[in-house]
Design a protein around this ligand. Structure first.
Ligand code: GTP
Ligand code: MG
Length: 431
């Protein structure tokens, strides 16, 4: 009785608040929408296809803007990746769009490695995200997500079958990215041929085990349209940024001498289907699949490679500390092994150098001895020569002095005879 009284009194004194709107947790989705709109969205498209297949034109047509894209020369030594980002806005929704191009794809004579730089680029974006996740201070809410959400694979409109380059590349990419195959420049294949070409492509993809992205049919709001569109894959598209007046409307079209191909006419090509599926219906699913399927696979493999597991062999939860210790010990063991190897290598190198030096020293000694002996022999030869020269000089001197003596004697006797003859002449004159 007393409690009822207190309750009545407190009800009387309570403030009466007027409701400003509907109250209930059913406003949660609206809160989510507001938050997402505030944050903005990002969407990253990878275009893979041979040079000149109309990749840039299709992107321009899809987003109805002129995206910067200079045509690429056909003589690239290898495939490289070029990424361009654009900030787009539609009503109050902001979209950060990245278009990644495989420049030079299919231009090389040897195409064995063509897929490599594409796979490496996709993995590098996953790795960057994983590194951010593993940081102590993570900033994932405003992280610029560069992971590829969809790969538009441009198939050349040959009307025959897929090239082996297409099959190999798609097979390498299918576990890393959502692939949507499209037949480029579909206006160059006739309607009947196109239908056969589509069937051929799909059967080749299936027989080679290539997993392409399937539009999801588990959400009943989009199940029907997605189911129908799955049957239309690969989309045969035509791109054009040129606007032509048809009736009293300006339309994107390609004009030929025999007629006009309207890009947005579903009887002419599947451009509208692609745009609907990619942008209007499944953009969020593509983003989700990238995170939940492809990134998850990359993350799992990478963490397993690093030695992390969920449970140990006894099915107990795996301790991070133990993993860290085990990895640290493994690392230290490897370091010690490497150190020992290097020490051994150093000792061997020193020994080798020592023996090399000894060898060189011995050679020098031998050379010195040889030179010394040579020097002595030369010296002895020179001494002998000097001695013989000295002897010769002495003999010469002796001969010279003897000759001089003879000469002076001859001179002496000559002058005596002259004197004698002079005397005799004088004597005979006086007589
Ligand atoms: P790179 O960036 O140099 O590899 O070329 P790309 O694949 O971006 O091709 P781009 O969009 O530059 O188009 C190359 C040529 O093909 C241009 O002359 C386009 O007008 C033409 N083109 C683009 N789309 C279509 C199409 O759907 N049909 C036809 N017939 N021609 C097209
Ligand atoms: Mg281009």
């Amino acid at each position: 009785m007393a409690a009822t009284e207190v309750a009545r009194q407190s009800t009387d004194s309570a403030r009466n608040l007027s409701l400003s709107g509907h109250v209930g947790f059913d406003s949660m989705p609206d809160q989510l929408v507001n938050k997402s709109v505030c944050q903005g969205f990002c969407f990253n498209i990878l275009c893979v296809g041979e040079t000149g297949l109309g990749k840039s034109t299709l992107m321009d047509t899809l987003f109805n803007i002129k995206l910067e894209s200079d045509p690429v020369a056909h003589n690239q030594p290898g495939v490289h990746i070029k990424s361009s980002s654009y900030e787009l806005q539609e009503s109050n929704v902001r979209l950060k769009l990245s278009i990644v191009n495989s420049v030079g794809f299919g231009d090389q004579i040897n195409k064995d490695e063509s897929y490599k730089s594409i796979v490496e680029f996709i993995d590098a974006q996953f790795e960057a995200y994983l590194q951010e996740e593993l940081k102590i201070k993570r900033t994932l809410h405003n992280y610029h997500d560069s992971r590829i959400h969809v790969c538009l694979y441009f198939i050349a409109p040959t009307g025959h079958s897929l090239k082996s380059l297409d099959l190999v590349t798609m097979k390498k990419l299918d576990s890393k990215v959502n692939i949507i195959p499209i037949i480029a420049k579909a206006d160059s294949v006739s309607k009947n041929e196109l239908q056969k070409f589509k069937i051929k492509i799909m059967s080749e993809l299936v027989s080679n085990g290539v997993q392409i992205y399937q539009f999801p049919t588990d959400d009943e709001t989009v199940a029907e349209i997605n189911g129908i569109m799955n049957a239309h894959l690969p989309f045969a598209v035509v791109g054009s940024t040129e606007e032509i007046k048809i009736g009293n409307k300006m339309m994107k079209a390609r004009q030929y001498p025999w007629g006009t191909v309207q890009v947005e006419n579903e009887n002419h090509c599947d451009f509208v289907k692609l745009r609907e599926m990619l942008i209007r219906v499944n953009m969020e699913d593509l983003r989700e699949q990238t995170h939940a399927r492809h990134y998850e696979l990359y993350r799992r493999c990478k963490l397993e490679e690093m030695g992390f597991k969920d449970t140990d062999p006894d099915n107990k939860p795996f301790s991070l500390q133990e993993t860290y210790e085990a990895k640290r010990n493994e690392f230290l063991g490897e370091l010690q092994k490497k150190e020992e190897e290097m020490r051994q290598m150093f000792v061997t190198r020193v020994k080798e150098k020592e023996s090399e030096l000894k060898e060189a020293e011995k050679e020098l000694h031998d050379k010195f001895d040889r030179l010394k002996k040579l020097h002595q022999d030369e010296k002895k030869k020179l001494e002998d020569k000097k001695k013989s020269l000295d002897d010769e000089i002495n003999a010469f001197k002796q001969r010279k002095s003897a000759a001089e003596l003879l000469h002076s004697q001859a001179q002496q006797s000559g002058s005596q005879q002259t004197l004698k003859r002079e005397k005799e002449r004088k004597n005979s004159g006086f007589l």
